[in-house]
Ligand binder design. Sequence first.
Ligand SMILES: NC(=O)c1ccc[n+]([C@@H]2O[C@H](COP(=O)([O-])OP(=O)(O)OC[C@H]3O[C@@H](n4cnc5c(N)ncnc54)[C@H](OP(=O)(O)O)[C@@H]3O)[C@@H](O)[C@H]2O)c1
Length: 257
Amino acid sequence: MNPPIADFSLEGKVAIVTGGSRGIGRSISIALAQAGADVAIAARKPEALTEARLAVEATGRRAIEVPTNVRVNEDLRDLVSETQTRLGRVDVLVNNVGTTPVFGPIQDLEERAWDVIMNTNVKAAHLLSNAVREAMLEHGEGGSIINVSSVGGLRASDVIGGYSVSKAALIMLTQVQAKTWGQDGIRVNAIAPGLIQTDFARTLWEDDSTRGRAEVEAALRRIGQPDEMAGAVVYLASPAASFVTGQTLVLDGGRLI
Ligand SMILES: NC(=O)c1ccc[n+]([C@@H]2O[C@H](COP(=O)([O-])OP(=O)(O)OC[C@H]3O[C@@H](n4cnc5c(N)ncnc54)[C@H](OP(=O)(O)O)[C@@H]3O)[C@@H](O)[C@H]2O)c1
């Protein structure tokens, strides 16, 4: 049989997923494994890490748990070297961890919270991508990096303004990395989810008026589920997206249009 023209397989590839233990990252980890990749799952709390590892292993692929705080640079370097040691190489990185510790107008965002948001949502993706780029250069076959941004990075929020700023920065980081690393065969893209039913966004989707507004404004008249984020990531990681780089794919049920 001829090889597929649109090849979505990740057979023989190794992926790192930050925040891969819960929510959107967990769905992405399992989906990457279902497409053929072995997966290194990075997060802080051990119980959820183990549960996610077992879920990935149930697909028949290898998985490792790597306890990681993405705000600690040493952890990020260890994550890459441990993945290389235990899974052999790195081909795909999903910078999925994100945080928004406080709600309120931008003028009330204190310096400490600003630093936590920027360090988690932007600096960690910068540092980890740099380390992963080195690992990709070692095998010389390039790779794919996917940054998990947000519709908040495309439309200003007056409630989580610092988060909006950080997710916009992540979209530009995506473009800068794509432009700089394309010559090495490294593609870099982003996804921008809308409101998704995870722990992270619980205060939003449990609030009747916020959820109602999200549902009414979306063309599909509903909020999203974490599994619905995974297909785009598999696509962007795979050879099917071989000529796609520097892009941000909005996954919001048609709310921004
Ligand atoms: N849910 C939404 O509506 C929505 C919308 C747009 C964009 N997003 C983005 O999607 C991404 C994933 O969000 P989610 O909703 O799936 O969140 P979630 O369900 O709360 O999961 C967050 C994951 O990140 C890990 N994590 C958090 N802080 C970490 C840190 N400092 N170091 C390492 N791991 C850390 C968590 O594990 P530990 O706590 O054990 O570390 C967990 O695995 C984020 O970037 C978020 O901004 C979400």
